[in-house]
Design a protein around this ligand. Sequence first.
Ligand code: NAD
Length: 504
Amino acid sequence: MREFPVYNIQHYINGQFVDGVAGKTFENISPFDNQPINQIAEGFQEDIELAVAAAREAFDNGPWRKMTVQERLGYINKIADLIDENAEEISYLESLDTGLPISQTKKQAARAADNFRFYAQMVNSRLVGEAYKVDSEFINYTVHKPVGVAGLITPWNAPFMLETWKVAPTLATGNTCVLKPAEWSPLTANKLAQIIDQAGLPKGVFNIVHGFGETAGASLVAHPDVQLISFTGETKTGSEIIKNGADTLKRVSMELGGKSPAIIFEDAELEKALDAVIWGIYSFNGERCTSNSRLFVHESVIEKFTEMLKERVQNIKVGHPMDAETEVGPLIHRKHYNNVSYYINLAKEEGAEVISGSIPEEFKAGNYIAPTLLLNCNNEMRIAQEEIFGPVMAVIPFKTEEEVLRMANDIKYGLAAFIWTNDLKRGHRLAQSVDSGMVWINSHNVRDLRIPFGGSKQSGIGREGGHYSFEFYTETQVVHVAIGDPHIPKFGMKKQVAASSAEK
Ligand code: NAD
């Protein structure tokens, strides 16, 4: 494995890497051994002020909005090429920072480059308006314009991919932005700033302020010159952001938490379903918003399926994040480790049987949680209702389709659902009734970039991806033009002229 140097990190504001105004830094800690990795500039309101001012100036008076779409998309494609060129370093930094296995962060780096290429292509084909000739006197037409300065706030679980998922459509549609990355995973956000700097984007178009949610994040949300907030993170943070953005009437996109069900019917292809649910909960160290953390298994196959699960769980390779063979690495942070451990203890108190894999002795200093199965659960337990966000899956038996549908929907979240059955009618029927933004039938968490992503209930507001991102990051403006005599009603005249039939 090739290693790359790591330096202390500054903010990126108005095309410059700069220290924070207050000169403060915070320590970035390794999930592998809880030792410091580097120091990160800590941003506060005054840093946000500078970054938003730079983004505002770049939007109002810089070349970004005035250049042709082709020129702008040239920059977007250049960023994609640079991500590809730096993919090895990006996946190294991501694994170092988050503990995600290197084989998984490599795929994320490739997906990040795809995000830029995809949105460049999509904007190119979608920047078309509608035109309506209204009798012979008027034409009405629409144009899509960028919204303004975007505030982008991202979590630590798949940092680089999720940052690019927001930055790419923001920039491709002509906005400028300030990114506030998660404080536990700043390394690849800094790499993105370096890449954007190298791509030569006009200064102020893209800015980063590092720091904590309650200070830097909250200041970005409250800033009157920021028109929209695209947020991915916990449900309770999303709710806080909506409240704080209300005074300045922010347009918001919310990608929030989940506790998604996978449902295995008796007629499912059990081996395939097994591969899918094991991957769905234990890849990404279980820190995946769409993970199938509630597994419903039909009572007639639960014994057999549980044996299959137990065998796999014991054999999952827990290891060093940089080892190409590793399937599960350490959790992001000690605080998160403590939280996941709390839920495993709670599972015992609530009466579940806990089955875990093992952690090699040499990794005990890290935030490792062995892949864990919680057996004999019911849907009312807290461990089945609350998002644990770790490699922990609650297994719940069911008897009938009606019963499993009721349990699947009996939760505040509605992000994803996975249905395993060979009865196509049943698969589609259930998909119609399950409360979730996304449903997979007989497949795992794969999706095309053209498809919307997002959740219902407390898992989110709105959709991003495909043309949904285009709509979120653009303003549709209507232009009404008179091409003949507009027949304007003459008020205040002695004799009124009859209004045109096209009057609105
Ligand atoms: P988090 O909500 O704690 O933090 C996310 C970001 O919000 C961070 O950058 C943080 O600094 C910032 N923040 C915190 N408080 C803030 C405030 N008051 N104002 C503004 N910003 C604030 O989430 P996390 O722990 O980083 O991420 C894990 C969560 O993200 C899980 O709930 C997971 O399900 C969710 N998630 C959802 C999706 C999705 O697409 N639905 C994808 C990935 C992760």
